[in-house]
Design a protein around this ligand. Structure first.
Ligand SMILES: *Cc1c(COP(=O)(O)O)cnc(C)c1O
Length: 382
């Protein structure tokens, strides 16, 4: 993994702007473009299909992930829908039993409409994955690290098993970010991002991306994105590229703070089950070192006591905000069971290990001292 992330994010689209010489890329807020003649389709013909701001963001993300192409969508969920649209009728998906709640809801509803089949399995269980893949699977859907439990899947190994079984592999790389993990270099076919999260990083828009290493698959994604109208707006792409410029810096800083917080929480009296892949006690610590270039900005934990204690704890926090979403400059905490993973039925939550008291913390750019003070006060007063 030797891509020069900060040079890519700093230089994409800078300079070379015709007429004005504007250093930063202008916002092309237009629904359509002028044609020179009815039978000469210009490179830019209609903004649902193609827009310069969208093309620049796609170019930057493809460079970061080592992709041949793909689509920039209006949300992470529309990128997931795009993945489903590009599958054959009656396709079989093997998905993680502990994936993001919105992914679970979408895949389960897609299967319930008899559009296809989905097996939710524990992807760290070799036998369960092998059984599911042997059932004529078309797509292995991986989320690693998983949201909210920060479990890792050995991507290279699972992608190899999927390929041997005739299935393609997709990795939701939202939690890792392209600066920490590049699934396409590990043998996967698709990489998915909710750019709403760390890539934009500023909590002010929605977006998604689905990219592929294979030009044919990428072309299929572009085709379906245009046909179904899933593409992101010019403004959102312009803003997302602006946010992306500082991604490498933000991830470095947020990750350093997350490790300090993970150590603090691990030694706190009333806290248990701290899950952060950068802690030597994490079951995937070695895999994380091998597969990712860092453990990231997110962690989860439980606190002793009942639900009212959890509620008191979050109510005491002044700096950390109770809200879903992750990866942005501002630290957010949530209870996945009632917030981000509400779309997952209680029984499925129980199987995945998403307990009612589980807390997920996305660490932002505040100082480690200030965040630890806030968490300490919350724990002392809960
Ligand atoms: C948030 C999230 C999504 C969905 O993205 P939206 O932009 O909210 O539609 C998908 N996967 C993961 C891992 C996420 O955290």
């Amino acid at each position: 993994m030797n891509r020069d992330f900060s040079t890519i994010t700093a230089s994409t689209g800078i300079g070379g702007v015709p007429i004005t010489g504007s250093v930063t890329p202008p916002l092309h807020a237009t629904d359509t473009y002028e044609w020179q003649s009815p039978d000469e389709k210009p490179a830019f013909d209609y903004s649902r299909t193609v827009n310069p701001n969208r093309s620049l963001l796609l170019d930057a993300l493809c460079q970061l992930e080592g992709a041949a192409g793909g689509a920039i969508t209006s949300s992470g969920q529309s990128a997931a829908l795009l993945a489903l649209l590009s599958l054959k009728a009656g396709a079989r998906i093997v998905a993680p039993h502990d994936c993001y709640g919105g992914t679970y809801r979408l895949l389960a509803a897609w299967a319930a409409k008899a559009s296809g089949h989905v097996d939710f399995v524990d992807q760290r269980d070799d036998a369960a994955v092998a059984t599911a893949l042997s059932d004529g699977a078309d797509l292995l859907w991986i989320e690693s690290p998983s949201n909210p439990l920060l479990r890792l899947v050995d991507i290279e190994r699972r992608a190899g098993e999927a390929r041997a079984a005739g299935a393609l592999t997709l990795v939701d790389n939202t939690v890792a970010t392209p600066c920490r993990q590049n699934p396409l270099s590990l043998g996967c076919d698709y990489v998915l991002h909710s750019t709403t999260k760390a890539i934009n990083g500023h909590h002010d828009l929605f977006g998604g991306a689905l990219l592929s290493t294979t030009p044919e698959l990428a072309e299929q994604l572009e085709w379906w994105c245009n046909a179904a109208g899933l593409a992101a707006s010019a403004f959102d792409c312009w803003q997302t590229l602006r946010g992306l410029r500082t991604l490498p810096l933000r991830v470095d800083s947020q990750e350093r703070t997350a490790l300090e917080i993970a150590h603090f929480l691990s030694s706190a009296q009333s806290v248990r089950n701290v899950s952060y892949p950068g802690l030597a006690s994490h079951p995937d610590f070695e895999l994380c070192k091998h597969q990712c270039s860092g453990a990231g900005f997110m962690l989860s934990f439980e606190i002793d006591g009942d639900q009212s204690r959890v509620n008191q704890f979050v109510a005491q926090l002044k700096l950390v905000t109770l809200a879903p979403s992750l990866g942005g400059f501002s630290s957010l905490i949530c209870t996945p069971a009632t917030m981000t993973h509400r779309g997952m039925p209680p029984e499925a939550q129980r199987i995945a290990g998403i307990t009612p008291g589980l807390l997920r913390l996305s660490v932002g750019l505040e100082s480690a001292e200030a965040l630890i003070d806030d968490l300490r006060r919350g724990l002392d007063h809960a």
